[in-house]
Design a protein around this ligand. Structure first.
Ligand SMILES: [Zn+2]
Length: 462
């Protein structure tokens, strides 16, 4: 159907009604699919399911109780150093036990994705992946330049922060299992379970704005949440849309840590954007590309800082400070994962040992502080096995980095002029997917992360 529309000599009428974006999206879909790759898509999908099932099947006995990977994660930030070490040991043991199967799944995924690209006439999977992500306005060269900015400005700052963290924790060497514990006190924890968090979100969004109040109430009325962790439930947290109902749905695995609140506010950012753009005329414009989507979610986490006392009581300020610190560390991790994926698909014939060597080298570039101690499955270069995006959503990760830089701009503005920042945010949400990433930034007057040194300026105040 899309091919027929693109061939039709009267198709400029679409531009008049919907703008030029729709035809651009159609063109890129034609470039990303052919019936010849149908069986490869089926194989790819089956491999992704095999990987998800393997992780969801995890039954890890820890302190005589059974956990899955999501619920085990609550112990990674334990105040007790031995407990967090033991939990990380249990995580590492699970992945070590399944290393052969995970490597085989990934190897098959690299082969099938590369073959798809070759059949469609691409040199490698990388440009196909960019087209599948609908990235029409930048290329792998721009993304490489962005990562270089992170190496130059963010990695040195993160290294200093990690050194200070060791001093704050009064330990001679900061180990991998210490990283989530950012100061010497107990990590801030939400004061209640999922029902409590929904209740507090309700109060927060009532005060935040009329639009957020209506959005959240409609999600409660239609029960559009699945938040609690359960045995064998697929991991992660995300927001999807039920387009026939024009309704966003939030999925998560709450485990009682501060990440429950991060995930909830983050996913509510996605859901709120969808709610705001639900009246777009065509489904193609309901969601933008993912780097733009992550601005909505990451900004929402920052814009809800003034209400964090509702969730954390006296620890609210510590939660906000810690989230900002985590944002800096995340930028390094995001670029590490992204460069790793570029290297993997530049060299699709690498074996598992080559991939471990690439990961180790990139880890020392982006996380020079990282010390896995005696967790041998990680010291050999396997830690990327825990990053399910690498398996399930290739090339997605950098979107979090690009969006972080934009969300930090909104956060900075909100600190001095909240009204302008909120207006900008609302407009960005309403525009949905009607424009490309860089056009959306222009439309709401945000700096383009590819084209300036915004980050170094921002970090001076950090
Ligand atoms: Zn997100």
């Amino acid at each position: 159907m899309i091919k027929a529309i693109l061939k039709n000599t009267h198709n400029e009428i679409l531009d008049k009604k919907f703008g030029s974006r729709l035809k651009e999206l159609f063109k890129i879909r034609v470039l990303s699919f052919d019936l010849k790759i149908k069986s490869l898509l089926e194989t790819e999908s089956a491999l992704c399911t095999e990987f998800s099932d393997l992780l969801a099947s995890a039954e890890i006995t820890f302190n005589s109780q059974k956990y899955n990977l999501s619920s085990l994660a609550q112990f990674y930030s334990s105040h007790d150093r031995q407990i967090r070490y033991d939990a990380r040991r249990a995580q590492s043991d699970f992945f070590e036990k399944n290393q052969t199967q995970i490597d085989a799944i990934f190897d098959a995924l690299v082969k099938v994705r590369s073959e798809k690209a070759f059949i469609l006439g691409y040199d490698s999977y990388i440009p196909l992946a960019y087209n599948l992500m609908k990235r029409l306005d930048y290329t792998a060269v721009d993304v490489d330049a962005f990562r270089q900015q992170i190496v130059k400005h963010v990695v040195p700052l993160a290294l200093k922060m990690r050194q200070q963290q060791a001093v704050d924790l009064n330990i001679s060497e900061l180990m991998f299992w210490d990283e989530p514990v950012l100061d010497s006190q107990e990590s801030p924890k939400p004061l209640g379970d999922s029902a409590f968090i929904i209740d507090r979100c309700s109060s927060m969004y009532n005060e935040f704005s009329k639009e957020t109040a209506n959005f959240f109430q409609s999600s409660i009325d239609r029960d559009l949440f699945d938040l609690d962790v359960r045995q064998h439930k697929v991991g992660g947290g995300y927001c999807i849309s039920l387009d026939s109902y024009r309704a966003p749905f939030i999925f998560s695995n709450f485990n009682g840590t501060q990440s429950d609140v991060v995930v909830m506010t983050h996913e509510c950012g996605h859901a709120f954007q969808y709610y705001m753009s639900r009246n777009q005329l065509i489904n193609e414009y309901l969601w933008p590309t993912l780097e733009a989507c992550e601005i909505h979610s990451m900004s929402m986490v920052f814009l809800t800082f003034p209400w964090m006392h509702l969730f954390f009581g006296k620890d609210a300020d510590r939660y906000c400070q810690q989230h900002l610190k985590e944002t800096i560390f995340d930028l390094c991790n995001i670029c590490l994962v992204d460069e790793f994926q570029h290297e993997i698909f530049k060299n699709p014939n690498c074996n598992s040992a080559d991939r471990r060597a690439i990961w180790k080298e990139l880890e020392s570039k982006y996380q020079p502080w990282r010390n896995y101690g005696d967790l041998s499955n990680w010291t050999v270069g396997n830690y990327w096995h825990v990053r399910d995006h690498i398996f399930l959503d290739p090339f997605y990760y950098i979107d979090y980095g690009l969006a972080t830089v934009c969300a930090l701009q909104i956060y900075e503005e909100a600190r001095t002029d909240r009204n302008t920042a909120i207006k900008k945010y609302m407009k960005l949400c309403q525009l949905g997917g009607s424009m490309s990433f860089t056009d959306l930034l222009k439309a709401v007057n945000l700096d383009n992360p590819f084209k300036n040194d915004y980050l170094s300026e921002f970090l001076k105040n950090f």
